[in-house]
Design a protein around this ligand. Structure first.
Ligand code: ADP
Length: 209
């Protein structure tokens, strides 16, 4: 699943992976866990993430390669946050070998809406649910589990702006990279969560074998 920060990739990817019974592989989540656990990877990634830049292709390709080697991906998987560069996309094609073709869903949302969503986005400490806000005031308690909601350190306004710049410089090109493939679909991500989920589901059904 492709799309700028704030497009709803994480939310939609979780839902879709759950409904199709495939693992949800979020490179952002993998990195944030490593940061929390203070592993080698976490120490390397922390500064990069908090400055809104991309972790190196070499590290990210290694992480995804190892993850796709696990048995639970045999019948499919959902990648969220990877690839983010053309180099990563080339590497992903190589990793796929004899698997079914990639289905690529691009979630598109305009910049004003992205900034609005990211500034009020909160993540649940306990269950990882992502919460937005309709009235401009961020929520405090998780609707799903009652846990406390936190702002991601890279959702501060100055970092958000930098992430959007990096998206335009490095990741947006992936739309051009994939759009000639018969398994590429662009979905309007600006509607509410349920409507977007329906569009994403229909897009996947339209291309997946
Ligand atoms: P977003 O809300 O921008 O989709 P993610 O949770 O996917 O955020 O990623 C958070 C941060 O983790 C990124 O801004 C980047 O620093 C790092 N990151 C995640 N995936 C990748 C990747 N494939 N390549 C490089 N850096 C990545």
């Amino acid at each position: 699943m492709l799309g700028p920060p704030g497009a709803g990739k994480g939310t939609q990817a979780r839902r879709l992976a759950e409904s199709r019974g495939v693992p949800h592989i979020s490179t952002g989540e993998i990195l944030r866990e490593a940061v929390q656990e203070g592993t080698d990877l976490g120490r390397k990634a922390k500064m990069v993430i908090e400055s809104g830049q991309l972790v190196s292709d070499e590290i990210m390709i290694g992480i995804v390669n190892d993850r796709l080697d696990k048995d639970d991906t045999r019948d499919g998987f959902l990648l969220d946050g990877f690839p983010r560069t053309v180099l990563q996309a080339d590497a992903l094609d190589k990793m796929l070998g004899g698997r079914q073709p990639l289905v690529v869903i691009d979630l598109s949302v305009n910049d004003d809406e992205l900034v609005r969503r990211l500034s009020t986005r909160r993540i649940c400490d306990s269950c990882g649910a992502i919460t937005g806000s309709l009235n401009g005031k961020p929520a405090v308690v998780c609707d799903t589990c009652g846990g406390s909601l936190k702002q991601r350190s890279d959702d501060r306004e100055e970092v958000v702006r930098q992430r959007l710049v990096v998206y335009r410089q490095s990741t947006e090109q992936l739309i051009g990279y994939y759009q000639q493939r018969p398994t590429f679909r662009s979905v309007d991500g600006s509607q509410d969560e349920e409507s977007v989920a329906a569009l994403v589901g229909a897009a996947v059904d339209g291309v997946a074998a």
